[in-house]
Design a protein. Sequence first.
Length: 156
Amino acid sequence: MRDTLIDNRTMTRIREEVSIAAPPRKVWKAVHEDLANAPRWAAYLRHAEALPSKPDEGPRVRYELDLPGGFEVDLVLQYTTWDPPRLAVGRFAGGPLDGTWSYTYTPRDDGTDLVYEMDYELRGLLRFAGGLLRGQYEDGIRRGMEMLKEHVESST
């Protein structure tokens, strides 16, 4: 983790990597298409659903999270790049986070290297819980990547 200054705002950067013994298409499907099963591998996720999108917008997804400390949060993610199974990029379009995220899929002989990157800052009430929540949220991302690996590899 590191903090960076973007447009006079301090953004926190998260970067997590995992190698998964499955082809990129299968990993992509688990992350971006099989939303009903996302709570099996995404830490703190209670429910995920695709939202209607306008023709000139990328897909949107709402994530309902149960965060440590009793915080219930809805996040809306807006895809800005949808290039299966290589790259998904987007921004936070609703909820207490502001920033961007990406998933990069690199094929290898025995599976996929997946990199998740996120630059974000907390908004609203979560901003006041910043230091406490930030560490727990980042730990949730790390655990989620490990859980994704287990989920995809166990269904191979």
